[in-house]
Design a protein around this ligand. Structure first.
Ligand code: ADP
Ligand code: MG
Length: 193
């Protein structure tokens, strides 16, 4: 279904995000970080799934540092070799554990960080190209997070969609495999769909 719809929206939203100035990225990211810090689930998390930003995504790296400082486990997604569209989680202990993955996204180095299967993180901060009020998410088009979020490991995790206010759109086209968010946090607001 809806594939052309999704593609047109992706292109439009990504174009707007590419046009953000570094100041706007920093301001928006700081506001989002403030909101996330106030979340009980964030403050209590002994492990969190988070991401390393690319292409003007909301920059949550200060939160990664905070997790390291409090001795929590920083789980980052890593593309599985030979398994198109699938990601593992791996725990990175410091920035030196990261290396560029297939899409030039920084991911835990497979030589240093084994995949973590047994851990079910309390909270997952999930980037997106767009979200709607109902919690639907639009990604880059590979279905990577849909597959990851459908695993047993992620079933009880609080899934938080992260984006700038302009990325919130009315009625995203949702396909049967799309996994919705439990919470969405932007620089303007935070809500439970
Ligand atoms: P995105 O979520 O990145 O915006 P889509 O939702 O359009 O991308 O999904 C992209 C592709 O991934 C679709 O062709 C879909 O069939 C596939 N896909 C998504 N989730 C799964 C899943 N759990 N199992 C198998 N294929 C999936
Ligand atoms: Mg999807």
């Amino acid at each position: 279904m809806a594939d052309t719809n999704k593609n047109a929206l992706r292109a439009k939203l990504l174009q707007r995000r590419r046009a953000l100035t570094p100041e706007r990225v920093r301001e928006g990211s700081e506001r989002i970080i403030e909101r996330l810090r106030a979340l009980r689930e964030w403050r209590n998390a002994a492990e969190a799934l988070i991401y390393w930003p690319v292409n003007n995504e909301v920059d949550l790296r200060p939160l990664v540092t905070e997790l390291w400082q409090r001795g929590a486990c920083v789980l980052l997604p890593r593309c599985r070799p030979e398994r198109n569209g699938e990601m593992d989680l791996a725990c990175a202990a410091c920035e030196a554990d990261l290396t560029p993955g297939p899409f030039s996204i920084m991911e835990p180095d497979a030589g240093k960080c084994p995949p973590v299967q047994e851990c079910s993180p309390a909270i997952a901060l999930i980037p997106g190209v767009g979200f709607d009020r109902a919690g639907n998410r639009l990604g880059f088009g590979g279905g990577y997070y849909d597959r990851l979020l459908s695993t047993e490991q992620m079933r009880r995790t609080l899934k938080v969609g992260i984006c700038y206010g302009f990325q919130v759109v009315d009625g995203l086209p949702a396909d049967p495999w799309d996994r919705p968010m439990d919470l969405i946090c932007t620089d303007d607001e935070l809500w439970r769909p």
